[in-house]
Ligand binder design. Structure first.
Ligand SMILES: Nc1ncnc2c1ncn2[C@@H]1O[C@H](COP(=O)(O)OP(=O)(O)OP(=O)(O)O)[C@@H](O)[C@H]1O
Ligand SMILES: [Zn+2]
Length: 725
């Protein structure tokens, strides 16, 4: 259990963001994170897996290659023994937490001078060999210098792998280089070793870029904040030291250092770092501010509401980093393939070295050489690295646009969505309805009706109730005491005032109470066909008054729906509101189908009934949409800056309430899939070509290393391309 120091003893620590949920859960188990400093190429992963997977008490292993984090689910108290098992692998393993992964350990320091000298020695060896027409002692010496300078670490890692009966790239390279030496190809052995080491270094560097892409978002928050001291002076303070409740000042043009609530001043704030929307938002006393956003026009004073490491932005970043650990389906497929590929090529190489000379009179030296080339080709590195780099770049791009994706799997699945179900209130509309009509129904005194209604409505958080309470504007001291107050899901509220029962609710409720009448029905029909929502105050003698409220459609909704249709995605509106209103709003924004009068479980059922027609996404703002959001293949939460629960429960959280982000997400998912397949075809294609060439004796060893290095770099850069999307 990890605790955050919120800087205030009485503050309850927030729950850590959820781990991706597709893991086996063991109720009495613990989860530990290990930082594996030298886990660069996926080859190290299989080494660790082989070591740990057979140990009693370990039930889960998750590798996050990009962050170099290994998550182990195990019986309590096993941390040290896990470290002991990992120690001989020499991978620099240590216990870690998500908080202290601050910039994952940098790639092993490259000794460029040594590598440069090794490269010169290798080239010189090649040159001398060519000038003197054969292997002379200077050729040996130069080649040995090159191999020692460039390849010792490869040999060391290769040896550890071989000892563990693991054929990783280092093992294959060590065998290939040693083999080349044994058959007298000295300069080539030297060249291959130097090139391989260089390739590894460049690859590690490019992975660092992907790794830091998300971290860089965190650098958006200033290190210091201007805090008011007890004596009223302003003082520049380390942002991490600012306690909750402190008063902080931010000048125009400055970035906001901490989450807070404005207490003084007016300004426009650019919230793009969080919402991806660069249109400034006006802020005044009482409004929320987010760390990392930019204060544009005026000076603001605000009260700090979250410690630095608890800011919305910090929590987003942790969520995305954890999301990188969950494997996308393609990645699992590729991993499985790689698992078989290397041993298979190794077997083929062995056969190539032995069979032709033994049975078909081939020349030994020639066929052994071809076998060695095959070994070089056997590395699946490019293939295995291609997927995580692409996915992580995609996740980073989405985060930059204010879309928080909770796992690579969702990014991959997004392009398959055929239906999007949308909630009405707060998703398509602003969710801030206003009262348009007030009609007393029976001859009760209007003033009394207002007080009764306001007393009930002010007890509820529902937008409709809030609108009514605001409209009636009854002084707090005049409100009646409400007893046994109760919210009736999808209907309204009830409570007792002065011993008498009252209801405030919709048509469904009125029908259930059997107090409807044809006259009422007529008026309801008229108001509803105008897109209004009607609720009624009901007393013991029947309906007392009618209130109609109308919500406005967001300007962005119409275009967002059009974009979805353009992508071939069908839309369905699901709402607890009446069918007339549902139809009116649906028509206004161009939604394909609308279903009204739905209770939360009906929304779930609607989503379920779509499941037969391809993947289904559901967009909602939380409360009565939760079951449907959970059932959908991808659940989208709107306006996640407001609620922590949205960040934590949804599969994809949209940081502001612009529906257009859904189409953006689907497009990004399609591009990601494109690049993924490009990468896989590229990696496999180049291998296939070289396999044939090597077999035909047309490929030399260092062509093979070049090809391998080139492919790795190509797929990494191709993947990083997504980051600019
Ligand atoms: N607390 C309440 N006060 C007043 N009316 C309510 C309340 N709760 C529900 N209602 C009535 O019941 C209807 C359905 O409510 P529900 O919360 O299920 O969905 P909704 O808010 O209308 O919209 P959506 O499903 O699109 O989010 C509301 O439109 C309203 O008429
Ligand atoms: Zn009726």
């Amino acid at each position: 259990m990890e605790k955050r120091d919120t800087g205030c003893g009485c503050e309850k620590p927030k729950e850590p963001l959820q781990q991706p949920s597709n893991n086996t859960v063991n109720p009495d188990g613990e989860t530990s994170l290990f930082s594996i400093g030298k886990m660069d190429c996926p080859t190290e992963e299989s080494l660790i897996r082989a070591k740990l997977s057979n140990i009693q008490g370990i039930y889960r292993l998750d590798f996050n290659l990009v962050q170099r984090i290994l998550t182990v689910g195990h019986k309590p108290g096993m941390e040290q023994s896990i470290l002991d098992v990992l120690a001989p692998l020499d991978l620099d393993a240590r216990l870690a937490t998500w908080e202290d992964t601050e910039g994952a350990p940098p790639a092993a320091k490259a000794n460029w001078w040594l590598l440069g000298a090794a490269a010169i020695a290798a080239l010189a060896s090649e040159l001398v060999y060519w000038l003197q027409g054969g292997n002379t002692w200077p050729v040996f010496v130069l080649a040995l210098v090159a191999i020692a300078g460039g390849g010792l670490s490869t040999y060391k890692k290769g040896w550890i792998a071989l000892k563990n009966l693991n054929l990783n790239m280092n093992a294959l390279m060590s065998i290939a280089v040693t083999g080349a030496i044994l058959i007298g190809h000295w300069p080539e052995a030297a060249m291959v070793m130097v090139l391989f080491t260089l390739a590894e270094l460049i690859e590690a560097k490019s992975l660092d870029r992907a790794r830091n892409a998300i971290r860089e978002l965190l650098n958006l928050t200033p290190e210091t904040a201007t805090m008011r001291q007890e004596d009223g002076h302003w003082h520049e303070t380390d942002a991490k030291q600012v306690p909750l409740g402190a008063i902080v000042r931010v000048r125009p043009g400055e970035r906001i250092a901490l989450d807070g609530e404005v207490i003084k001043g007016n300004s426009a704030v650019n919230q793009a770092p969080i919402t991806g929307e660069s249109l400034p938002v006006d802020k005044t006393a009482g409004d929320e501010l987010f760390a990392g956003t930019i204060n544009e026009s005026g000076a603001l004073e605000y009260k700090v509401t979250a410690a630095a490491n608890d800011a919305v932005l910090a929590r987003i970043i942790h969520a995305v980093e954890e999301a990188q650990g969950s494997r996308a389906p393609t990645q699992r497929l590729v991993d499985q393939f790689a698992h078989w590929y290397t041993p298979l090529v190794f077997a083929v190489a062995l056969a190539t070295a032995l069979l032709p000379p033994l049975f078909f009179g081939g020349a030994w030296m020639e066929w052994i050489y071809r076998a060695l080339v095959l070994l070089v080709i056997a590395c699946p590195c490019a293939l295995v690295i291609a997927t995580p780099v692409t996915i992580v770049s995609g996740l980073a791009a989405a985060t930059r646009h204010g879309t928080l994706i909770k796992g690579g799997a969702y990014l991959e699945q997004g392009r398959r969505l055929r239906w999007i179900a949308l909630d009405k209130t707060g998703t398509i509309t602003h969710g801030k309805p206003e009262v348009t009509d007030f009609e007393p129904w029976c001859g009760t005194q209007v003033d009394k009706v207002k007080v009764m209604t306001a007393s009930l409505a002010s007890r509820s958080d529902h937008p409709v109730s809030k609108a009514i309470a605001e409209y009636l504007n009854v002084k707090k001291s005049n409100l009646e005491e409400v007893e046994t107050f109760e919210a009736l899901a999808g209907r309204g509220v009830r409570g007792e005032i002065a011993g008498k029962g009252y209801f405030l609710g919709n048509h469904r409720l009125v029908e259930e109470l059997k107090v409807c009448s044809p006259e009422l029905e007529l008026l309801l029909g008229k108001l509803e066909s105008q897109g209004k929502t009607v609720v009624m105050l009901v007393g013991e003698s029947g309906v007392i008054a009618l209130f109609a409220v109308a919500d406005t459609v967001k300007e962005s909704s119409r275009q967002a729906i059009e974009e979805l249709h353009g992508l071939g995605v069908k839309t369905l509106m699901l709402t607890g509101d009446n069918q007339h209103t549902a139809d009116a709003i649906a028509r206004e924004v161009g939604i394909d189908r609308a279903e009204g009068n739905l209770l939360p479980e009906d929304k779930l059922q609607q989503v379920e009934s779509l499941a037969g027609h391809g993947r289904v996404g559901m967009v909602g703002d939380g409360i009565n949409d939760a079951p449907a959001l959970a059932r959908a293949d991808i659940g989208f939460a709107m306006g996640a800056t407001g609620t922590d629960t949205a960040i934590e429960t949804a599969d994809v959280a949209l940081m502001d309430d612009n529906l257009g982000k859904i189409a953006g997400f689907i497009r990004l998912s399609r591009t990601t899939a494109h690049i993924l397949w490009q990468n896989i075809i590229l990696a496999l294609g180049i291998k296939a070509i070289f396999l044939v060439l090597a077999f035909a004796g047309e490929a030399s060893m260092w062509m093979a290393v070049f090809a391998d290095m080139g492919t790795s770099l190509l797929v990494v850069f191709n993947g990083l391309r997504l980051m600019r999307k």
